[in-house]
Design a binder for this molecule. Structure first.
Ligand code: CUA
Length: 344
């Protein structure tokens, strides 16, 4: 119906219709109320204009029922706004459990995407149609914002933490991707496209597509290089939690609370280990802030999650990943100095 209206981008995701619905509902209500108020002003300013002879107006007591009805109707309309918005907000904020996780990194001035199977691409994102895609996003520098108008998806990408968004494309094609947060001189050039493909074509693309380093392997290399494995061994050693058992599970903290060992928690624990210390361990882990890029953090997380027993993180891994064996020196390096700072 609105497809030819240039103000209204193509609708190509499962939430697009609902977002448009709420939007047009708001516009329509604003329009109706504006017309009613405008008409009243116009009619009353003529009807009750000042007449010759300095006529004194009679005092007038408005009907209570009219006032109450008016307030009640307004309240009902605003509650409707709220309900429609809240319902949609929950849908848009929470990715379905079976969503395929893709990492996205924003930096001045490009987008980088990392598929669960290792392919990475720049300023282009290939996804299958009809499958929920969850994006876990971080920025290497300043605030960016991931925006795909056709999917009605917009989410800030921050340097300090992970943000998430998700979408499920309903039609194949190529759709614009924008950065919608002013991020420097070439902000307007920070654009790209999302290519939605038939599932079979996507599989084809995965096999023939640009080969990046396998994030699990890269993560494992980093894990060893940064000497994480001296403390986070494959077996419990009293110094640091066994990470394989931790990913995706609730973690009991020293303060008594429990947090979920999700991506955001692992990321924080790498960059600021003391922020949420697991109960029963000393705060001996150094911070890796400034030593690892966001991309490397994502590789570490992918590696750590790949170690988790199957079923622990159903939402996180996409197509099946070959289980990666624990680092060979994980058990033998305990004697080389426990809480040493990383060796780089
Ligand atoms: Cu990145 Cu604007």
């Amino acid at each position: 119906m609105f497809n030819n209206l240039p103000l209204h981008p193509e609708a190509a995701s499962t939430v697009a219709r609902d977002v448009d619905g709420v939007y047009f509902f708001l516009v329509l209500m604003s329009l109706v109320l504006t017309i009613i108020v405008g008409l009243c002003i116009f009619v009353f300013s003529i009807k009750y204009r000042r007449r010759p002879g300095n006529e004194i107006p009679v005092e007038y007591q408005p009907w209570d029922w009219l006032e109450n009805a008016f307030s009640g109707a307004m309240l009902a309309i605003f509650i409707l706004f709220f309900l429609a918005g809240a319902k949609l907000y929950f849908t848009v904020q929470r990715a379905p459990k079976d969503a395929m996780n893709i990492y996205a990194t924003g930096r001045q001035w490009m987008w980088k995407f990392q598929h669960p199977t290792g392919q990475s691409e720049i300023n282009q994102l290939h996804v299958p149609v009809g499958r929920p895609i969850k994006l876990t996003m971080a920025s290497e520098d300043v605030i960016h914002s991931f925006y795909v108008p056709a999917f009605r998806v917009k989410r800030d990408v921050l340097p300090s933490r992970f943000t998430e968004t998700w979408f499920e494309a309903t039609k194949t094609g190529t759709f614009h991707l924008f950065c919608t947060e002013y991020c420097g001189t070439e902000h307007s050039g920070m654009i790209g496209s999302v290519v939605v493909m038939e599932p079979a074509a996507y599989q084809q693309w995965l096999t023939g597509g640009p080969e990046g380093g396998d994030p699990v392997k890269e993560g494992e290399k980093l894990f060893t290089k940064l000497a994480c494995n001296t403390c986070h061994a494959a077996q419990e050693n009293g110094r640091a939690p066994v990470l394989a058992a931790a990913a995706g599970k609730p973690r009991q903290l020293a303060g008594g609370q429990t947090v979920l060992g999700d991506d955001a928690y692992i990321r924080e624990s790498i960059l600021n280990p003391r922020a949420k210390l697991v109960a029963g361990y000393e705060p001996i882990m150094p911070s890796f802030q400034g030593q690892v890029s966001e991309e490397q953090v994502m590789q570490l997380i992918t590696y750590i999650k790949s170690q988790a027993p199957t079923g622990a993180t159903p939402a996180a891994t996409g197509p099946a990943q070959p289980p990666t064996p624990a680092p060979a020196n994980a058990q033998t390096s305990n004697s080389t100095g426990a809480a040493n700072a990383p060796s780089r």
